[in-house]
Design a protein around this ligand. Sequence first.
Ligand code: HSE
Length: 454
Amino acid sequence: MTSPASPLVATGVSELDLKASESSAPRLGHVRVGLLGCGNVGAALVKLVEQQAPMIEARTGLRLEITRIAVRNLSRGRDVAVPEGLLTRDAHSVVNDPDVDVVVEVIGGIEPARELITEALAAGKPVVSANKELLANVGTELFTAAESHGVDLLCEAAVAGGIPLMRALRESLRGEPIRRVMGIVNGTTNFILTKMTEEGAEYSAALAEAQELGYAERDPTADVEGYDAGAKVAIIASICFGARVVAGDVYHEGISNISAAEIAIAKRLGYVVKLLGIAERDSQTGEIGVRVHPAMVPLHHPLASVRESYNAVFVDSDAAGSLMFYGRGAGGAPTASAVLGDLIDASLNLCQGTHGISGTFTRHPIRAIDETTAEYLLGLDVADQPGVLHAVTGVFARHGVSIRVAEQEGIGPDARLVFITHEAREADLQATVRELRDLDVVRRVGGLLRVISG
Ligand code: HSE
């Protein structure tokens, strides 16, 4: 914002700036934005601010202007025309520019983003960040810094792109003891699983299609092995439970080990396979469980209907009951929309000399995956001969894992046994799997699928 201070606002807006608004909305001010990064999301934000400026001013009285943009490469072609004078390679100069009131960070990665954001907050400038890697690793440190400097650090775009989830968890549901948040928070894997489920495609063919369409990276590891979803789960758990949870606390299994045959079995039994990110809190012990793994979701559960590259997050709360948030979890425009919502919010707060409350973050014990319980589906390719079922079920029994459903599919060389267990401890199930792998009559142990109760 420009000075001198206006009687309307504590933080200062000039007379000139107040005249700029022709709307009937309260005239708050001219907020100057420093943008760090102008890739996919940054360029989409520049376009959105330009397109929506009149509507934003009419509704809020804010005039947003992007005044400085830091980029890595000045000569690179961009999706949006940016006046050359706005661009610089020196991101620190953007943060420290007295003509920048609010900083938007969309460069990704931990450094220099952490250093730049810390600098901006210390200078009393609100920050909007879309950086999940940063927030999943040092988020609580940055939120605490924002709180101590009395400014906003908002991060709607870091989790589930365009879906308004973080504000709902942080503000709307502040009065709720949230028990569990469970979501499809990676569009690439949801696209791949949808192809495998609906078209019977094998994993490698579905991945190749996702890569052709630009959903999956050339190196798809972060998406398909659950790291991307894990980072989002860490941020969700931190915000929901006021806890210090980092990406390294999240147990993750990906989808690369799942076959079309296992998905078909799940489908026949009334389930659809989804890669779920789960954050839950045990209200008795205070333990927090954070994990990402493929799961069998009953067909009647709302998450089962989330197809293609869409994301959705299902929240179990108390008085509000079950809630589901659905939409585009990635892509330039949806993500920029989330950034813009935060930018307006942070700018309004700045103009009014206030800021939101990030909350406090305390250490909670993290529940080891071995201590979690679930029902499991396990498929085994086996020799088709008398006594095999007896040998196999004996292994389950030795580890105290009770079987709810057992059936044989195929015969002779195609024989496969499929089991669904009653609720069992992960440690017992893993011990069962290890022993089954050593049985002569078991040719292959398939991917393990945890069953989500309806
Ligand atoms: N690669 C992610 C996805 C989007 O496929 O959903 C960015 O987090």
